[in-house]
Ligand binder design. Structure first.
Ligand code: 5GP
Ligand code: ZN
Length: 136
């Protein structure tokens, strides 16, 4: 537990939240600033900074909770699909440094932009691949 971590405070029930699911190791609650209706967060109760620092057990457990809760959220808010997201690091949008996964219900009418992308040349893909492979 980190004393100044907002999600640790939520785990300790020091901050009220709208809990959807809880067990001994994980907690799922509604995001206070939702992207869409039913936007929820799943966290391991054990503090870690981000998904790269999280234990393999907690990492796998998070996804199990997502798989349990997401279908219920979809039914509850009448959505047809969802995004799961893990923002890792500030430039990627991480603002709370306690590992969490977003479940964001999506509908045909939600008007949310999807990631924009552009085709890359094979030469460029080859060059990038060569840069990455030494680290694997
Ligand atoms: P991140 O930007 O780190 O990927 O996601 C953090 C999320 O936590 C944000 O979507 C933000 O709205 C949510 N959040 C931050 N503080 C609280 C809080 O006190 N309660 C709840 N329920 N959600 C929070
Ligand atoms: Zn924490």
């Amino acid at each position: 537990m980190e004393s100044n971590c907002i999600f640790c405070k939520i785990v300790k029930k020091e901050i009220p939240t709208h809990v959807l699911y809880e067990n001994a190791k994980y907690l799922c609650f509604l995001d206070i600033n939702p992207v869409t209706r039913g936007h929820a967060l799943v966290i391991p109760k054990r503090h870690s900074h981000d998904i790269l620092e999280c234990t393999p057990e907690d990492r796998d457990g998070l996804l199990e909770v997502v798989m349990k809760v997401a279908p219920a959220i979809l039914k509850g808010v009448n959505a047809v699909s969802f995004n799961i997201g893990i923002n890792t690091g500030k430039p990627a949008g991480q603002s709370v440094f306690h590992t969490h996964m977003h479940i964001i219900p999506r509908t045909e009418k939600d008007q949310l932009p999807n990631w924009s992308s552009n085709p890359a040349h094979a030469k460029e893909l080859h060059r990038i691949r060569e840069k990455i492979l030494p680290f694997l």
